[in-house]
Ligand binder design. Sequence first.
Ligand code: SF4
Length: 321
Amino acid sequence: MSETVLEGIGLSKHFFVGSPFSGGKRRVRAVESVDIAIRRGETVGLVGESGCGKSTIGRLLLRLLDPTEGRIRLLNEDVTGVSGAALRQLRQHMQIVFQDPFASLNPRHRVGDILSAPFRIHGTAPPSEISFRVADLMGRVGLDPAARHKFPHEFSGGQRQRIGIARALALEPDVIVCDEPVSALDVSVQAQIVNLLRDLTEQTGIALLFISHDLAVVENICDRVAVMYLGRIVEFADRDQLFDAPYHPYTKALLQAVPRPDPNQRNRDYSRLEGEVPSPINPPAGCAFHTRCPVAMGRCKAERPLLSDRGESRMVACHLN
Ligand code: SF4
């Protein structure tokens, strides 16, 4: 088994909303007791509905947010309390690709300047080499190096996401968190970006955390997949296991909603997902999914199921045997 590159252990993140004038501060349990590990060269998918906490996990792992509880380990070192210059040093190893490439690129900077910034800030290339390194990066992500003098608005959405990926690659990181990297793109462009990410992981051994609400895309690129519901992981399994034989009722419902061009490709006959996600301010007692689960039992309302090993590297949090 490959080396673990990035690991979250017992991660929780609580935010406080409201004020003393609006009924007092209330605790939002965005992430609760999440264990997740990403190995060298693999792509781990993190899926779930909007607001389930998946982006918060990405930011916790990258140390862009401090956890309320839990530890973060990078290359077997505890980096939970690292700050200042040491934290900047960590950034070389961990990068992020955002959902909206336009918003994440400074519109007043030419692409050549955007891509040379990581080398200048971290001093990882002598000034005489930076121009060559920028051209190399642009070539690796399928952009014409001659376009380095253009501004972000002169590129298409897909090309801008390629710029975002090139910037993330500049410091040769060990892990990249991709937060909904294709959801703002046209379907045809999505496939190109997914293929690019897949090629880059195969060539470089970079580990990817791929955060998405789109299971069809996740099935295409990920080796393992974690399914989140209301701040917790409810199923974590190899990609084929999860898509061929999902275990958790929530995973089954999510898969039911994925459009399939070939009705025989996967034989699915699961219940559709109905109702709204409960508020993380006041999550249901017992299993948080019991208010929407088509097979809920009496026990589910009182007792929260623990994430337990069901064999063949599959972890599931459900009272069903
Ligand atoms: Fe449904 Fe109960 Fe399993 Fe929760 S524990 S998913 S409510 S069967």
